[in-house]
Design a protein around this ligand. Structure first.
Ligand SMILES: [Ca+2]
Length: 291
């Protein structure tokens, strides 16, 4: 089930009071409220707020009433569609030719949207020739080049994978399903299990700075808290921590070199699933662009 929940705000305008509602969702520590992400895209005169919700009945009812969504169930996976303009405004203006968002800003937006499980709809206005302006086109080429270079090689693909438990001991739910490059296959724990560990041996030391996780969302969004740890030769060291995963979570971390990595799911609404565990190395942007 996919339900778009578009939340957009422009400077100086407050729509429907959702700002305070989202803040209360973000800040609420009750396990009855789970907020995947709450991010703000900033620029001088324009910003969007995004939110992805994994919810239980109570929250579903609140959201349903608040946003007029007719149908909401506890384990539905709700996706947020993140809409941002590459320029300050939504339409083409000559005076904004030099105000195309910076590559750094666009990459930040990518990781705050796609990296938190939502599609990114990047608005690119045609100019008065009916073409994409050269400045916009150049920025898009740069963005594409950086993302392709970053996600070219999954360093975890084919890693030796083990799990603290596998549902019914059934190979169909084995941990190896998380490193097979196929998001239709997944690991799953037994009913009643809300915490579990998946461990990966990369077969040699690898350097990485991006961790990609995906739940098998066809079974709903379940994970509520997790930590990614690396083995430093003597002990496990925390590399990243998060709450929900959902369709996709990309964690940007400092460069780390390790052979063994593990994902500890600390809390899950019900028995967790994991479809993908990926590790990538993002080279410096200046290196990718040959600057
Ligand atoms: Ca898989």
């Amino acid at each position: 089930m996919q339900r778009p929940l578009n939340i957009f705000e422009s400077e100086g305008k407050t729509n429907h009071g959702y700002d305070s509602t989202l803040r209360s969702l973000r800040d609420c520590s009750s396990p009855k409220f789970q907020c995947t992400s709450f991010s703000k895209f900033g620029s001088h005169n324009h910003f969007d707020r995004i939110i992805s919700l994994g919810c239980n009945c109570e929250l579903a009812l609140n959201i349903r009433d608040y946003f007029g969504i007719e149908r909401a169930y506890p384990f539905d996976w709700w996706i947020s569609e993140n809409i941002v303009s590459i320029r300050p405004g939504w339409f083409y203006h000559t005076h904004e030719d030099d105000k195309v968002k910076s590559l750094e800003n666009l990459l930040d937006i990518y990781y705050c949207s796609v990296g938190r499980g939502g599609p990114l709809l990047l608005n690119i206005p045609p100019d008065r020739r009916g073409r994409i302006h050269e400045n916009d086109a150049q920025r898009l080429r740069e963005m594409g080049k950086v993302l392709r270079a970053t996600f070219a090689t999954d360093l975890a693909r084919g890693a030796k994978a083990t799990a603290s438990q596998v549902r019914d001991g059934n190979a169909a739910y084995a941990a190896v399903n998380t490193v097979d490059g196929d998001n239709r296959t997944y690991w799953m724990a037994d009913d009643g299990t809300e915490a579990a560990t998946l461990e990966y041996d990369l077969g040699g030391e690898k350097t990485f700075n991006r961790v990609v996780l995906q739940e098998f969302v066809q079974r709903g969004q379940r994970v509520e808290e997790f930590v990614v740890e690396v083995w430093d030769g003597q002990k496990w060291v925390e590399a990243a921590r998060g709450t929900t995963i959902g369709y996709k979570r990309i964690l940007c971390i400092a460069d780390v070199k390790a052979q063994k990595v593990r994902v500890r799911i600390l809390r899950s609404r019900i028995c967790p699933t994991l479809a993908t565990f990926g590790l990538y190395f993002a080279p410096p942007v200046s290196e990718i662009l040959g600057q």
